[in-house]
Design a protein around this ligand. Structure first.
Ligand SMILES: [Zn+2]
Length: 217
């Protein structure tokens, strides 16, 4: 996997969803200076097809479900293939980075109750707590245990969305430090987590009219 830097500004300034960002840039190609994560060779790529993945976003006050195409490239030097994942997508997570940060922002800044957040974003409480868990784990990795204990989730997310250049000053640095993207779980865990909502849908949000209140006008 190659993470493609796309968020060169403050996240708080971005008015578009991942799907809208993708639509704007789909004719861009991998930069020739990109290094192969396997062999370290720079800029020797062949196009190697593409695949579609689901992405769930929040646009103009509602949850939107869509698909984007992920390009694959093959390194001419070592032959390994890599998916190019723009950094507004969290690997193995259907929800876009901005969607998850929006939910966490509302949670940590106490804009809504968990129940209110779930209604607004069409998600289950366990998803909110699961994202909160990975957010706190990654905050601790980034800041160190001691500093993380002194900084609230709200303060950290405020800092994060206000960073002048998310991709270069945080996204890329986090990836280098941990070999994982921010908010990315291990693949196995992520798959288990993504199976969970459909099961809990029946149990937690059985009342469909209540679930859609505030989402569908
Ligand atoms: Zn290579």
């Amino acid at each position: 996997m190659i993470r493609e830097k796309r968020l060169f500004c403050k996240l708080i300034k971005i008015k578009k969803s991942a799907q809208q960002l993708y639509a704007k840039e789909k004719y861009l190609h991998t930069k020739r200076e990109q290094v192969c994560p396997v062999c370290g060779r720079r800029g020797s790529w062949q196009a190697h097809g593409q695949y579609e993945r689901s992405v769930i976003d929040y646009e103009s006050g509602r949850v939107v479900y869509g698909r984007i195409k992920i390009r694959r490239v093959r390194c001419e030097s070592c032959g390994h293939t890599h998916a190019i994942i723009p950094d507004y997508i969290i690997p193995y997570c259907t929800y876009s980075l901005l969607f998850v940060l929006r939910v966490l922002g509302e949670y940590f800044l106490r804009k809504r109750t968990v129940e209110g957040i779930c209604r607004r974003y069409n998600i289950t409480p366990s998803m909110v707590y699961s994202w909160k868990g990975i957010f706190e784990e990654h905050k601790e990795i980034w800041l160190g245990v001691l500093a993380a204990s002194e900084q609230t989730g709200g303060a950290f997310i405020r800092w994060l969305v206000g960073e002048p250049n998310y991709s270069e000053r945080f996204g890329e640095a986090f990836f280098k430090k941990t070999a994982r993207s921010f908010l990315q779980r291990h693949r196995e865990t992520a798959r288990k987590q993504e199976r969970r909502p459909s099961w809990e849908w029946q149990h937690v949000d059985a009342d469909i009219s209540r679930l859609f209140a505030g989402i569908v006008p």
